[in-house]
Design a protein around this ligand. Structure first.
Ligand code: IMO
Ligand code: MG
Length: 338
């Protein structure tokens, strides 16, 4: 029987919080045997700086950058063409993926009819990667699974055996996609994605709760959202944040709408995800525009305005005493506590 330990990286806002960066940094600093994507598909866009070079991954877990076995888990949906394209992109840029990338046999496939259908979405503002229709067909019980696709045979893995039926110690880092505000149950329905983006979504991949060691919640010092609803207030400061923060979608290139942190949503998200570590990214962007605000009480918002960076950090630190907070002001790393 295996000795299984799992750490989970989870998005606390509406995606694009820097989950890829946090995953990449943890893989570098800590010892892991596996890296696993646990939800979503090619709709994700994870920006990762590896040895000074910028990469954007959509499906392949960040373990490949460090020669760590990287698995697309049972909770994911896979677009076969994009999967092979992504491997090619990594190889072309000097990342050796040989024998490192696997897909769980019971992951589902994004089929061409899913792409076609999602391609004409205007209601939600999806990434048009076929995600919603693929998950719908999975739950309607007429989906297609990875194990039934000839071209994927060399990549297939029995995820249960890999995690549980081995004599080796397994220490796996689970890399989430999307985030709490896009979760199909907890997000701003219907402006959500079609998978479970919370910590619970990781457990659905066959992970018993007792095996979870740390939950790394990832947030930004402000919020962004890409999709059909109106999110950005009409104030120039948000245009500045968008420009300075280079807030354009890594998957679709669409501009990301910006707003201050929704404090109530963040509190809920930290609680429901059980994040005992919380990384706040992009402190440097607010530093550049020199504005430090929080929204309190949801949309109709009153605002908390801080005089400076330290005040806002202090407020957040006091607000979440059960979590260890990290503040990052660069796109590659953050300082881990000893
Ligand atoms: P990462 O992993 C930000 C958004 C889309 C749309 C909604 C539904 O990079 O954080 P979908 O294609 O999933 O049916 O679209 O969800 N969305 C994301 N926004 N980051 C993501 O992933 C996203 N994946 C989907 O813009 O509003
Ligand atoms: Mg992204």
């Amino acid at each position: 029987m295996s000795n299984l330990i799992v750490d989970i990286v989870v998005g606390l806002q509406a995606g694009d919080e820097g989950k890829g960066k946090v995953t990449h940094h943890l893989l570098k600093e800590r010892d892991y045997t596996h890296c696993v994507r646990y939800n979503g598909g090619g709709n994700a866009g994870h920006t990762i700086y590896h040895e000074g070079k910028k990469f954007v991954t959509h499906l392949v877990p960040a373990g490949v950058f460090y020669g760590i076995k990287s698995i697309v888990g049972p909770g994911c949906v896979v677009d076969i063409n994009n999967f092979f394209k992504e491997i090619q992109m990594l190889n072309d840029n000097g990342i050796d993926t040989d024998g490192l990338i696997y897909i769980a046999e019971n992951a589902h496939i994004v089929q061409s009819r899913h792409l076609q259908e999602d391609g004409s979405d205007t209601k939600i503002g999806t990434t048009r990667t076929g995600n919603g229709p693929a998950y719908r067909d999975k739950y309607a019980r007429h989906g297609l699974r990875a194990k039934d696709v000839d071209a994927l045979q060399p990549y297939l893995i029995n995820f249960f055996n890999e995690m549980h039926r081995t004599d080796a110690n397994v220490v796996a880092l689970f890399e989430g996609a999307q985030g709490f505000q896009l979760d199909v149950d907890w997000g701003d329905y219907p402006y959500v994605t079609s998978s479970h983006c919370t910590t619970a979504g990781a457990l659905l991949n066959g992970i018993p709760p007792r095996c979870v060691r740390d939950v790394w919640g990832v947030a930004k010092m402000y919020e962004t959202y890409v999709g059909a609803k109106n999110f950005q207030p009409a104030d120039e400061i948000f245009t500045d944040i968008q420009r300075v923060g280079k807030e354009f979608g890594a998957t679709t290139g669409r501009p990301r709408q910006c707003n201050w942190i929704n404090y109530d949503m963040l509190s809920r998200s930290i609680l429901i995800n059980g994040a005992n570590h919380v990384v706040f990214n992009k402190v440097d962007i607010l530093r550049e525009v020199d504005a430090w605000h929080l929204r309190i009480n949801g949309r109709s918002t009153s605002e908390l305005i801080f005089q400076n960076e330290e005040q806002m950090k202090d407020y957040l630190t006091k607000s979440f005493p059960d979590s260890t907070l990290y503040f990052s002001d660069n796109p590659e790393s953050f300082e881990l506590c000893a």
